[in-house]
Design a protein around this ligand. Structure first.
Ligand code: FES
Length: 98
């Protein structure tokens, strides 16, 4: 096993998981649209290679979704909508890590 520093200053995980009908999950509640908007925003800001938007499966907090987790802060953003994307980009993609 090798270890090395993560080559991104931030990683934004967006849950796209889909559960069977009747069970809460992030995918059917807008996860893909949120991920796509975040990716586009990061690219438009010229931050590709610095900020990584990663589509992921269940983060274990399905009832709260759609869920986004930001590292290195380890911050959970829940109940995210596409309208929240500009604020997420402003607060987490553009800002330097403290
Ligand atoms: S389906 Fe998104 S946290 Fe479980």
């Amino acid at each position: 096993m090798n270890t090395s520093p993560v080559p991104f200053r931030r990683i934004i995980l967006v849950c796209l998981n889909e559960r069977p009908a009747g069970e809460a999950s992030c995918g059917p509640r807008g996860g893909k649209e949120i991920a796509d908007l975040l990716k586009k925003g990061v690219n438009d800001l010229g931050l590709k290679g610095q900020v990584r938007v990663t589509k992921t499966h269940c983060l274990g907090l399905c009832q709260l979704g759609p869920n986004v987790v930001v590292y290195p802060e380890g911050t959970l953003l829940s109940g995210v909508t596409p309208a929240d994307v500009p604020a997420i980009l402003e607060k987490y993609a553009k800002a330097e890590v403290k």
